[in-house]
Design a protein around this ligand. Structure first.
Ligand code: G3P
Ligand code: MG
Length: 252
């Protein structure tokens, strides 16, 4: 059974961005484990679909920045992607770290009691196929054990397909820039939150969103002073590469 959007009122103020990607290779199990060790309750990750329609956790369209492979995620089968080293680029001690599948990380989060923001990256593949796969996988896992989550994307076409596949799943609108149609999009998708690039956030904008009974989350905030200012404006949570630094300020 999906969790109620009301549960997001208890979303903690710090969400580990791609795990704790200042300390471990982004979007790997090592990064999510590090976030857990740092006391983080929620993590964010990015998902994409492989050429053989498997869901993997990966940020870039192209794989060469964070693996020893080349080409686009969507052009390779899972077997090839699993053969790559997704850790050495960050530090030799992470050599052998693999690109995880969405299923692997969900199982890990259920075991570790971590909550997750699943961000869907846009691809040139059919958004309906991807949305159906994601919703199917989440639903199957929820039958085994409830885990708090919400889904976001810069791509509203895919969020519409997610909503169609299961209207009860919590969704956040994600945008790099403020645009005047934000409320229309949030209303149509029944969004629980509006996630914004912190550079585009102002106190007035935060108040405008809060007035529609939605949370404002801001990315990517690594400076505790900036986080403190955003919180004072009513921002509910920030995505951070170094979540421990923000947690430290909150508890001081
Ligand atoms: O979801 C917040 C943030 O992760 C969006 O930007 O490029 O880091 O995925 P990006
Ligand atoms: Mg992301």
């Amino acid at each position: 059974m999906p969790i109620s959007p009301l549960d997001f009122k208890i979303i903690p103020p710090v969400i580990g961005h791609r795990g704790a990607c200042a300390y471990a290779p982004e979007n790997t199990l090592a990064s999510f484990f590090k976030a857990k060790q740092l006391g983080v309750k929620w993590v964010e990750l990015d998902i994409q679909m492989t050429a053989d329609q498997e869901l993997v956790v990966f940020h870039d369209d192209e794989i060469s920045r964070t693996t020893n492979g080349h080409g686009r995620i969507q052009d390779h089968p899972l077997s090839y992607l699993k053969s790559l080293d997704a850790g050495s680029w960050f530090h030799p001690k992470f050599s052998g770290e693999k690109i995880p599948t969405l299923q692997e990380v969900i199982a890990f989060f259920q075991e570790q009691d971590l909550a997750v923001n699943i961000e869907i990256k846009a691809q040139s593949t059919d958004p309906k196929i991807m949305a159906d796969k994601i919703v199917g996988m989440i639903s199957e896992n929820l039958k085994k054990k409830i885990f708090p989550f919400f889904i976001s994307s810069f791509d509203t076409a895919i969020l519409k397909q997610v909503k169609k596949a299961n209207p009860a799943l919590p969704i956040a609108h994600l945008a790099d820039q403020w645009s005047d149609d934000w409320q229309e999009i949030c209303d149509e998708l029944d969004c629980i939150a509006f996630d914004l690039n912190y550079k585009t956030v102002t106190e007035e904008k935060v108040q405008e969103v809060l007035a529609t009974n939605r949370l404002v989350l801001a990315y990517t905030v690594n400076d505790p002073a900036i986080a403190a200012r955003l919180f004072s404006w009513g921002v509910s949570g920030v995505f951070s590469d170094c979540p421990d630094k923000i947690i430290a300020v909150l508890s001081s």
